[in-house]
Design a protein around this ligand. Structure first.
Ligand code: NAD
Length: 316
């Protein structure tokens, strides 16, 4: 039994220092064994997780000494934050640590889609030299529609704007005169307008009861047939069957998904589509972002266990 329990693969220099200085048990696969995890939580004061450990009521009840749940990442959909906070447990996350990496991957996926880079690579590797076949489209002058204009949406929009794209955003919690829209000469629109107008749509909303399966076949059917869809937010925001159907019917030109409805995903017709790019939830996985994430959770755990206030506390 240890004071600090790490249940997923969260590594880095500050984790090594934490293990040297304090009583830490590190088991990257513990999230898979709920019974053992519950046993180990009996005396735990700090729980450090990524997104695989489902920190629900049952788990929180198994941890009577728990003072802090530190989530190495942004999405808190795997943590029952209401219940934890009602029990006086501090919930920390790393809101700014990986936004830039996610924004950069989103731009990378957009370029790969519009210039058909993965397809061209595959064709070249198998002996092809088909320049005309791989004629792509430029970003310049195209309309970039963001569903969700928070930290990552704004950073992605800023980068797309630098390429000369026009920015529109659908976000029920954003004011039409928000500074980020003014800076980027952007417009707040309804979801329907965004679907109809955009050349590239990128989703950056959180996963909440309201956004679960928010984007369905009927939404993808409203897109321009030559437009692309990118999701680096949460897989469950998209009805993947609906997206697959829309792609099969050529309602849109292609898609890039870093996140999936089930992770790791089951076999899917998406795997066979040349106009679809699939990555294994790697948007936050850069050397720099991971270092920032691990620094942030380790720092907050040290603070709370020494009776000081944490820095990145989640406030509902
Ligand atoms: P954020 O809270 O800063 O921004 C989310 C924005 O979405 C807010 O502006 C909010 O008003 C808006 N929003 C809420 N409901 C909406 C709705 N129904 N329609 C449109 N917009 C809505 O969050 P963030 O840090 O920018 O993160 C965005 C997403 O990226 C989250 O889902 C997060 O889990 C995900 N994420 C993914 C990775 C990855 O590895 N792929 C890494 C980090 C974050």
């Amino acid at each position: 039994m240890s004071d600090i329990l790490v249940t997923e693969n969260i590594q880095g220099a500050s984790m090594i220092r934490l293990m040297e200085d304090l009583d830490v048990e590190f088991d990257a696969y513990l999230w898979q064994n709920r019974d053992l995890l519950k046993q180990k939580l009996q005396d735990t004061q700090a729980l450090i997780v990524r997104n695989q450990t489902q920190v629900n009521q049952e788990l929180i009840d198994a941890a009577p000494q728990l003072k802090i749940i530190a989530r190495a990442g942004v999405g808190l959909d795997n943590v029952d934050t209401d219940y934890a906070q009602a029990k006086g447990i501090i919930v920390c996350f790393t809101p700014d640590a990986n936004s830039l990496s996610v924004a950069e991957l989103t731009i990378g996926l957009m370029m790969a889609l519009l210039r058909r880079i993965p397809e061209a690579r595959q064709d070249t590797l198998t002996g092809g030299w088909n320049r005309i076949k791989f004629t792509g489209t430029e970003l310049y002058g195209k309309t970039f529609g963001l569903i969700g204009m928070g930290r990552i949406g704004s950073m992605t929009a800023t980068r797309a704007h630098a390429f000369g794209m026009k920015i529109i955003a659908a976000d029920p919690y954003l004011a039409a005169d928000a500074p980020v829209l003014k800076e980027l000469n952007g417009r707040l629109v309804s979801l329907d307008e965004l679907l109809a107008e955009s050349d590239v749509i990128s989703c950056h909303s959180p996963l909440t009861p309201d956004t679960r399966k928010m984007l369905t076949y009927s939404h993808f059917s409203q897109m321009k047939p030559d437009a692309f869809f990118i999701n680096t937010s949460r897989g469950e925001v998209v009805d993947e069957r609906g997206l697959t159907q829309a792609l099969l019917e050529h309602k849109l030109a292609g898609a890039a998904l870093d996140v999936r409805e089930t992770e790791p995903p089951e076999q899917s017709p998406l795997n066979q589509m040349e106009n679809v790019i699939l990555t294994p939830h790697i948007a936050a996985f850069t050397v720099e972002a991971q270092e920032r994430v691990v620094d942030s959770v380790c720092e907050d755990v040290r603070l709370v266990l020494s009776g000081k206030p944490a820095i990145n506390v989640f406030k509902p």
